[in-house]
Write a protein that binds this ligand. Structure first.
Ligand SMILES: [Zn+2]
Length: 215
């Protein structure tokens, strides 16, 4: 349950999105959304829009909650020493992010692989790391690099590969209006960069159909 407190200046309701002590000013967001509706020629007082500023403010706070998440806190207790030194792959991780140029969603899938160096991370943590960086205002390339570099440094891994496939509403709904364009970005670090064989193995494994799919 989100905590609410009163800020010193004025009577502004502030939402502490996840109890980590950093806040989103919902009151300011709400009044900005009202102004935006007016600027668009709308009537914020009409029935359907009455609660829209509040809804949009809360939705924006939710979709940018990654700013307030702490990776070390997230990984606390989830790193395990192990002798396993084969590639670990987590693929088809769904994500939703917001393009920082248009404040429109982009969404798709992330595939992650790494070569452990005496420790592994609990598999469920990888999608959560993806969310920490996806739930911000982003560009796809930076999202890709941030996931890769975080895994590389926190795991001290021999190598990390990250591939992101995404559709951008700013391309689909406006501008070039290309409905089926998939933007693909990748970041290869350590052995994934220096050893073509490792990189190829990763790319081959993430392309293979899911468990249960017929080839
Ligand atoms: Zn955009």
């Amino acid at each position: 349950m989100a905590k609410r407190s009163i800020k010193r200046r004025g009577q502004q309701l502030v939402e502490d999105v996840n109890g980590m002590g950093r806040s989103v000013d919902l009151t300011v967001l709400q009044s900005l959304v009202t102004e935006m509706l007016l600027a668009l020629g709308e009537k914020p007082g009409r029935n359907g829009l009455l609660k829209t500023p509040e809804r949009v403010a809360k939705a924006l706070a939710f979709m940018t909650q990654g700013y307030h998440r702490d990776i070390d806190h997230l990984l606390n207790g989830a790193l395990f020493p192990i002798e396993y030194d084969e590639m670990v792959i987590v693929k088809d991780i769904d994500f939703f992010s917001m393009c920082e140029h248009h404040l429109l969603p982009f969404y798709g899938r992330v595939h992650v692989g790494y070569l452990p160096n005496k420790k592994v991370v609990g598999l469920s943590k990888i999608p959560r790391i993806v969310d920490v960086f996806a739930r911000r205002l982003q560009v796809q390339e930076r999202l890709t690099v941030q996931i890769a570099e975080t895994l590389k440094s926190k795991l001290n891994a021999h190598g990390v590969g990250v591939v992101v496939e995404a559709r951008h509403l700013c391309m689909m709904m406006r501008g070039v209006e290309k409905q089926n364009t998939l933007a693909v970005s990748s970041s290869m670090l350590g052995a994934f960069r220096s050893q073509p064989q490792t990189r190829l193995e990763f790319l081959k494994l993430i392309r293979r159909g899911s468990v249960g799919d017929s080839d």
